[in-house]
Design a protein around this ligand. Structure first.
Ligand SMILES: *[C@@H]1O[C@H](CO)[C@@H](O)[C@H](O)[C@H]1NC(C)=O
Ligand SMILES: *[C@@H]1O[C@H](CO)[C@@H](O)[C@H](O)[C@H]1NC(C)=O
Ligand SMILES: *[C@@H]1O[C@H](CO)[C@@H](O)[C@H](O)[C@H]1NC(C)=O
Ligand SMILES: *[C@@H]1O[C@H](CO)[C@@H](O)[C@H](O)[C@H]1NC(C)=O
Ligand SMILES: *[C@@H]1O[C@H](CO)[C@@H](O)[C@H](O)[C@H]1NC(C)=O
Length: 331
């Protein structure tokens, strides 16, 4: 009973809110550019709740009238500051340029349920990135990247020191948790999962970046990234801002020349390269991952087999029982 009452209340509240929602709730506008990573911070204040240390919140975002988000929108909750984060990169040439998201907030102290609507307005980009720097940051989780000035600091390292030509248009094209891309979760839950970042610009790579690529090229030949290969000639820029880079994953990638007539092909190509690279992060870990998937399916198959044997056995025994009964009657 203790469990069913709040659940019932929650369901009732949600029905009432759904009924009233269309009249009462005004959508919050968020402008984003296609191919540019965006994030939206969901704070308890969004629902007029105060963020006290003794209060727990659950935010459930979804595409309006659908149970899930779109494949390119992700959600993470930061249990440290109790904010939720929506993030992702809108693909180029989307047909639907206005996207409504419902965010259902649950205050676990009061069992209050509220809904907020966020409207994403996706703007066309006149010029896409043609070159990308891709790397992994070891010492952060994806939600840490949304902390205050972290992304601007990261962009500034490139704009001011490593890739001066990108000053005009450098932007984040992709951001993901390394474990969402198949890397094994850290054994200690307090350890960071790592975050994969792609930065794009339409300017040519600088000689500094090409030199850096040469400097770390010995790493490409190794099977496993040596943990002690940390000091590159540009290390100080990253360390000064609290970024610990995984130099084995650092890559310069030239994207094919984009124009609006060919963006669909290019998107395909881009997402394919992303997938191809996903498995390269740490092969050993992904093998372990697929193994656990395998045991899961094996377990399922065994359960299914036992079930089928049980049903067949049941049918057989009914048949034998009837046949036996008939025999008894006739003889
Ligand atoms: C979108 O791009 C334009 C320039 O093309 C820029 O001025 C604007 O700030 C960008 N919007 C966002 C939300 O980043
Ligand atoms: C929060 O309060 C403001 C002003 O009091 C109001 O306009 C807004 O609709 C409220 N939001 C929610 C989700 O109740
Ligand atoms: C994780 O950190 C918390 C406090 O920050 C600590 O209480 C806990 O023991 C740590 N867990 C592990 C597995 O180290
Ligand atoms: C960028 O590189 C291409 C060749 O790779 C060259 O043709 C072009 O002039 C370069 N652009 C600039 C601005 O240097
Ligand atoms: C794109 O296609 C339009 C017609 O569909 C054409 O007028 C334009 O020149 C093309 N642009 C490029 C860069 O190929």
């Amino acid at each position: 009973m203790l469990f069913t009452t709040p659940a019932f209340l929650k369901a009732t509240c949600m029905c009432i809110i759904a009924a009233l929602g269309h009249v009462e709730t005004k959508a919050i506008m968020k402008d984003v550019n296609e191919t540019e990573m965006f994030y939206y911070e969901i704070r308890p204040e969004l629902f007029n709740w105060t963020n006290g240390a003794d209060t727990k919140f659950v935010f459930t975002p979804s595409l309006q009238n659908y149970p899930d988000l779109l494949p390119w929108i992700h959600y993470k909750f930061n249990s440290k500051n109790r904010h939720g984060y929506l993030y992702g990169t809108p693909p180029a040439n989307l047909l639907e340029r206005q996207i409504l998201l419902d965010i259902i907030g649950l205050n676990k102290k009061t069992y209050q349920v509220e809904t907020q609507i966020i409207q994403l307005n996706i703007f066309e980009k006149s010029e896409y990135a043609t070159n990308e720097v891709r790397f992994k940051i070891n010492n952060l989780n994806v939600e840490d990247m949304f902390h205050e000035e972290r992304i601007p600091y990261l962009l500034d390292i490139f704009r001011q020191n490593l890739w001066l030509g990108s000053k005009q248009d450098l932007y984040v094209t992709f951001l993901a948790s390394a474990s969402d891309l198949g890397q094994r979760l850290p054994l200690d839950p307090n350890d960071t999962e790592g975050v994969v970042v792609n930065l794009g610009s339409s300017s040519n790579f600088s000689t500094i970046l090409y030199d850096l690529e040469k400097e770390i090229s010995p790493l490409q030949k190794m099977n496993k990234c040596p943990k002690d290969f940390k000091r590159t000639s540009v290390e100080r820029y990253f360390r000064a801002n609290g970024f610990n880079l995984d130099w084995c994953s650092f890559k310069l990638v030239e994207l094919t020349i984009l124009n609006h007539n060919h963006t669909i092909n290019v998107q395909d190509k881009k997402s394919k390269t992303n997938y191809a690279e996903e498995n390269v992060w740490e092969l050993v870990e992904s093998l372990q991952y697929s193994q656990s998937m395998y045991t899961d399916t094996t377990k399922f198959n065994i359960t299914l087999l036992i079930f089928i044997m049980f049903v067949v056995g049941l049918i057989l025994s009914i048949g034998i029982f009837r046949w036996y009964k008939k025999k008894v009657i006739f003889f």
